[in-house]
Design a protein around this ligand. Structure first.
Ligand SMILES: *Cc1c(COP(=O)(O)O)cnc(C)c1O
Length: 443
């Protein structure tokens, strides 16, 4: 399979280059050249397929023979080693729990798949690959857990000292082996600036094979399409389903659009956001106005310029392709995706309401999704809806406990991190000392 840049369809690269590069040089995003419908036999067999087998077949269908079948199967089965259960709230509404992985959020799917795919293409290369990432908390945890003990790959994570939660810090600093945490006395932006400098440093790059684990990497998107098929299987329905996706950078929603292109019967995608409502506003008005984000309770969705919007435009772009203000593009996209936005007050009320009505503890991101699905179903009462529950409520423990007025449980795998010893290397905001550290360690 070839991948093209959303900024220039004639710029094409193979799978390995797309994942190691991450971003095309023209600042677009990689997209698969073709997304064909899965064969009818896939849907006939779906009820009897395991989640991992679904992942394998979808990947093989999408990527063709870029990875030999036996290896691809082993790789996907290893990446998809935890479930994504659908939990029913009532006859029309369900929650798809995406938080059963190591870092308790859906990003584990992307990180685990990406690490194994990179590991595959990296084999036989005697120079180790160094993944450099800056994190404000969440992404780092998923990347650390996802790449832990991947042969031939070292991971260096930069995080702002004192600015991530204690459990988040433990996720970055207690694994050891090939995972290294650099604690930067500064902000997330300082961490990101250091990473950017490293990628621009030709001399450094001539000595160390550097790559990123950015959320825009196409290899993180592919596995996020698996759980749409898995949810459909668990619902055991013949009718199209509505998927409601609490969204920030719109990677999850874009992966749903890929699943639909591959033939999944979807009635509607519902984009749910907090007050950072650039996309719902666009879907309603046709006006695309990216702007600085505002902080909210559902902070993993605090995004003012969603990076995957270019991919969404590309899927529905008509005459003038990437122009959001092209009426045909807007019409095509808003037929498939509907958007709703809610504030923190509504989110808090909903966390309480879902607990009272269904005895289900939903996290603030899922609560925004619940609101949007419920609103959409007012006009579409006969369609089954699935809310993607993107993280475990204990990831936002202080807020959820305050809202519910009671203690909530932290899953064992996260709770035990509190007792592990933190190991990190401290730096200021200057690039040179980090550069020297990298050179000393990896050359
Ligand atoms: C990353 C994240 C989101 C946003 O997902 P996108 O794919 O960027 O839209 C939503 N909820 C949680 C908990 C997340 O970690």
């Amino acid at each position: 399979m070839q991948f093209y840049s959303t900024n220039d369809a004639s710029h094409k690269v193979g799978l390995a280059e797309a994942i190691f590069r991450g971003l095309p040089a023209d600042n677009g995003l990689y997209m698969p050249e073709r997304i064909d419908p899965l064969p009818l036999s896939f849907f006939e067999e779906l009820p009897s397929l395991s989640f991992a087998e679904i992942g394998f077949r979808v990947t093989q269908h999408l990527l063709g023979d870029d990875v030999p079948a036996e290896e691809l199967k082993a790789l996907v089965y290893d990446a998809v080693n935890f479930p994504a259960p659908v939990v029913r709230l009532d006859e029309r509404r369900s929650v798809l729990e995406l938080f059963h992985g190591p870092s308790l959020a859906f990003k584990d799917f992307g990180a685990r798949f990406m690490s194994r795919l990179m590991g595959h293409f990296n084999r036989g290369n005697d120079k180790q690959l160094v993944i450099l990432v800056a994190t404000s908390g969440d992404t780092g945890g998923a990347v650390a857990a996802g790449f832990y003990q991947t042969p031939g790959i070292e991971v260096v994570i930069l995080y702002p000292k004192g600015k991530v939660s204690e459990l988040q810090e433990k996720q970055l600093t207690t694994l050891g082996h090939n995972i290294h945490a650099l604690e930067i006395e500064g902000t997330f932006d300082d961490c990101q600036a250091i990473v950017k400098r490293a990628f621009l440093d030709e001399e450094l790059r001539s000595q160390i094979r550097l790559s990123s684990a950015n959320s825009i990497n196409i290899s993180r998107l592919i596995p996020q399409s698996f759980y749409y098929f898995e949810a459909y299987k668990q619902l055991a329905t013949k009718d199209p389903v509505a998927f409601c996706i609490p969204s920030g950078n719109f990677g999850n929603l874009t992966a749903g659009l890929l699943a639909m292109k591959m033939g999944l019967p979807v009635s509607q995608f519902i984009a749910a956001t907090n007050r950072n409502d650039v996309v719902p506003e666009y879907l309603k008005s046709g006006n695309y106005r990216p702007r600085p984000s505002v902080p909210t309770l559902s902070n993993a969705m605090d995004v003012g310029a969603p990076s995957n919007f270019a991919r969404m435009l590309n899927l529905y772009g008509q005459v003038s392709g990437l122009d959001p203000h092209d009426p045909a593009t807007h019409a095509a996209m808003s037929k498939v995706v509907t958007g709703y936005a809610y504030d923190d007050h509504q989110t808090e009320d909903t966390v309480r309401e879902v607990e009272q009505k269904f005895g289900y503890t939903i996290d603030p991101h899922g609560a925004v999704g619940y609101l949007a699905l419920t609103e959409w179903q007012r006009d579409n009462p006969n369609v089954q809806g699935v809310i993607l529950e993107t993280a475990h409520p204990s990831k936002f423990k202080p807020d959820v406990e305050r809202i519910l007025g009671r203690a909530i449980e932290v899953p064992e795998r996260l709770a035990e991190l509190a007792f592990r010893e933190k190991v990190s290397t401290e730096f200021g905001t200057a690039f040179e000392p980090v550069r020297q550290w990298l050179l000393k360690r990896y050359t």
